[in-house]
Design a protein around this ligand. Structure first.
Ligand code: GDP
Length: 142
C-alpha cells in the first residue's frame, strides 16, 4: 500500500460531537478518497494495542481511556503521497499549535482530544489499515 494510502481515525471527541461529516467533507475537498470506513467502539484491549508504541508515555492510560470513551470512525484514505499529505491536512498534535485550516485547528478540543489520527509512515499506514480492515474491505484501483 506504499505511497497512496493512509489510515485515519475520527476520534471519539469529534465523532460524538457530530463532526464526522464535516471532517470527512473537508478531507474529500482536499482530494482524499475514502477507500474503507467503519464506525466502531474500541475495546480497552484494542485501544491499548493500537497505541502500544506510546505504552511508556505518561499520557498512555489517559489516551486509551479517551479512545474507548465512545465510537470512532477509522478510514483508509487514498491520495498521492497520502501519509505526508494527511499529516499536513490534520495539523500539529496540539490544536493550539496547528496551522490555520487544518483539521485539528478547525475541529479539535485539546492536545489529547484532538479529533483525528493519521498514520506517520507508509509502514504504519499498512499496519494500521490491517488493524481495522481486511484486505478485501479496502477498495483498490482495478
Ligand atoms: P499524533 O501523531 O499527532 O497523533 O501524535 P502522537 O503520535 O505523538 O500521539 C498520539 C496521540 O496521543 C495524540 O494524537 C494525542 O491524542 C495523544 N497525545 C500526544 N501527546 C500528548 C500529551 O502530551 N498529553 C496527552 N494527554 N495526550 C497526548
Amino acid at each position: 500500500m506504499a505511497g497512496d494510502y493512509t489510515l485515519t481515525i475520527i476520534k471519539p471527541d469529534a465523532f460524538n460531537s457530530g463532526k464526522a461529516g464535516k471532517i470527512t467533507a473537508h478531507l474529500e475537498q482536499q482530494g482524499f478518497k475514502i477507500r474503507a470506513a467503519r464506525v466502531m467502539h474500541l475495546t480497552d484491549a484494542e485501544a491499548g494495542e493500537f497505541y502500544a508504541v506510546h505504552r511508556e508515555r505518561p499520557f498512555y492510560a489517559s489516551l486509551c481511556n479517551f479512545m474507548t470513551s465512545g465510537p470512532c470512525m477509522p478510514m483508509v484514505l487514498e491520495k498521492t503521497d497520502a501519509v505526508a499529505a494527511l499529516r499536513v491536512a490534520i495539523g500539529a498534535t496540539d490544536p493550539a499549535e496547528a496551522d490555520a485550516g487544518t483539521v485539528r485547528k478547525l475541529f479539535a478540543e485539546s492536545k489529547e482530544r484532538n479529533a483525528i489520527h493519521a498514520s506517520d509512515s507508509d509502514d504504519n499506514a499498512a499496519r494500521e489499515a490491517r488493524f481495522f480492515f481486511s484486505e478485501s474491505e479496502i477498495i483498490r484501483a482495478r
